[in-house]
Every structure is written in C-alpha cells, then in structure tokens.
Design a protein around this ligand. Structure first.
Ligand code: AMP
Ligand code: MN
Ligand code: MN
Ligand code: MN
Length: 282
C-alpha cells in the first residue's frame, strides 16, 4: 500500500482541481491519498466524490500554518471531520489572516514596482485563498524573476521586500482544532524549518504535549539523509511516521504524487493509529 498523505489542490496553492489530484494519484500508484490544502478543506467534498468513483481511498486533511515562537511551522491534520464547527471556525480565522496578509503583501510589492500585485496573485488563485506561491506566480508571469524559487529568494522570504510577518495560530490551538475534529496531527517536513537540532527536539516535545502524534518522515524531494534523521527524531519521541509528496503541480516532478522513499523499519506508521480511519474504497 502506498500512502501519500500530503497534497494540494487549487483550493490552496496547487494547480489541479481536487478530482484531478485524485485521478493523478491513482495513475501514480497511490492507494491512499490525503488532500491537505493550506488552511482550507474546501476541496475535500469534490476529492471524496472523485475517490469514490476511482479505486482509491481519500483521507480528508489540511495543512495549518502555525506560529511557534519566531518560527513558521506547518501542522498537517489527517482524518479530520471536515464539517466540524470549531475546526471550521479555526480555518476561517486562518483564511482571514491570509486575506489581511495578501493586502499588506500587495502594498509592499507595489511600492517595489510590481504592478497589480493583489489582482495578479488572485488571478492565480481561482478559489480566493491567497498564498505566497500565487504572488510568486504573478511575478514570474511578469518576467520579474525566472522561477518560483527565485521569487522567494528575492522577494518573499523574511527580510525581503514582499515579506509580511504574520501571527498564525499557536501550536496548541492548531493541534486542538485537529483533535476536536477527530483527526491526527502531524508535523510537516521537519527538516525544512530553519532551526537547530535542539530547537527541533523542543518542537517535537511541545507538539506531543499539545496532543500531536505524527511526524512527516518521508517527503517529496527528500534524500536518504533527511529520511534517516527524521526517522530518528520520530523514534526518539515516539511520534508516528507519515509519508507525503507535498504535491502542488504536475510540472514539478520532484514532488509528484507517490514519489518519496518508503518509511524505514525503525518507525511506526501513522496509519496504525486508532484514529486513522479510511473511507471505504469505491
Ligand atoms: P504561504 O503559506 O502563503 O506562506 O505560502 C507558502 C507556500 O509557498 C508553500 O506551501 C510552498 O507551496 C510555496 N513555497 C515556499 N517556499 C518556496 C520556494 N522557495 N519555491 C517555491 N515555492 C515555495
Ligand atoms: Mn504550498
Ligand atoms: Mn508546508
Ligand atoms: Mn504542503
């Protein structure tokens, strides 16, 4: 069984509709797919419907932006009741923060000579939820930078002219929303945070103390070294291991659906957790 428990649709910053993410996952040999859009579950219903008609299991999920001290951390919720009222209220708060941030980012970018920054970003965000990736797409389309990573480097990282610092949900609240909705919380791509090994261990401990249970051990585009160090972190704290591609776009073949290392034998998979429940296959 191949579990891809991290993917995006055009309800956040992915380029495909949920039904097309599901269809592609099936073509890529994925048996169990989680759709985990940034701070939104708007694509879950369409994804579930598509999964029912194809031979694939769909896990309702989300990727929540969290402020942990000065760090931005992504927490994935899996097997959430995506209609749960308190959970949805949390998502709405995050979406409001995104709207406010988008306006501030657009103002900063326009002062830096980027025309129509908000309209341009919204042009890449068909469902109105704006991420930094949409701004990056706008800047690439204007020829201001050649690639998305270059835009991030020059404009969208902390300290750069289009960056706006945002206070997202605190860790305990984000994990609380996911747990209230009956889901399991997972720290996404732990290697990507710019923090020391000691700080990363402190994050793991605080996450456990908040009721979190998982760590993304196998990620799209990650090498053997990252796999082993994340597995060691999971093992040390008794966190269950997750695997996911972080798929956004078919053009980026490093992070295509189902494309990541298998979990090493020294970790316990997250799908063995009692709250990890699957819909029946179609
Ligand atoms: P946001 O949640 O609005 O801050 O946007 C973060 C998103 O931007 C991530 O989920 C990625 O999809 C994208 N992103 C972040 N860094 C880069 C990068 N260096 N190159 C391309 N995309 C990036
Ligand atoms: Mn993204
Ligand atoms: Mn992420
Ligand atoms: Mn992601």
């Amino acid at each position: 069984m191949r579990y891809d428990l991290h993917s995006h649709s055009h309800y956040s910053d992915g380029s495909l509709a949920p039904q097309d993410v599901v269809a592609r996952a099936q073509q890529c040999g994925v048996d169990v797919l989680a759709l985990t859009d940034h701070d939104s579950v708007a694509g879950i219903e369409a994804a579930l419907e598509a999964a029912r008609s194809l031979n694939i299991a769909l896990v309702p999920g989300v990727e929540v932006s969290v402020s942990w001290g000065k760090h931005l951390v992504h927490i994935i919720g899996l097997c959430v009741d995506w209609q749960h009222a308190a959970f949805l209220a949390g998502m709405q708060r995050q979406q409001q923060l995104r709207e406010d941030r988008a306006i501030q980012m657009a103002n900063k970018l326009e002062k830096h000579g980027v025309p129509n920054a908000l309209e341009g970003a919204l042009g890449f965000a068909p469902n109105g939820l704006v991420t930094r990736r949409h701004f990056a797409q706008h800047l690439v389309s204007l020829g201001i930078a050649p690639t998305l990573p270059k835009v991030f480097e020059r404009f969208l990282r902390p300290g750069k002219p289009g960056y706006v610092s945002t206070t997202w949900a605190p860790l305990d609240e984000a994990v609380g929303w996911i747990n209230a909705a009956g889901g399991v919380a997972v720290v996404a791509h732990p290697h990507r945070y710019d923090m020391s090994a000691t700080t990363r261990r402190r994050l793991a401990q605080e996450f456990l103390d908040c009721g979190g249970v998982g760590l993304e051990v196998a990620c799209g585009g990650c090498g053997e070294d990252v796999l082993q160090s994340s597995a060691a972190l999971a093992q040390r704290f008794g966190l269950l291991a997750s695997s996911g591609s972080d798929f956004h776009d078919p053009a980026s073949n490093w992070t295509d659906l189902g494309r990541f290392h298998a979990l090493p034998p020294n970790v316990e998979p997250i799908w063995n957790h009692a709250r990890f429940k699957l819909q029946e296959k179609g």
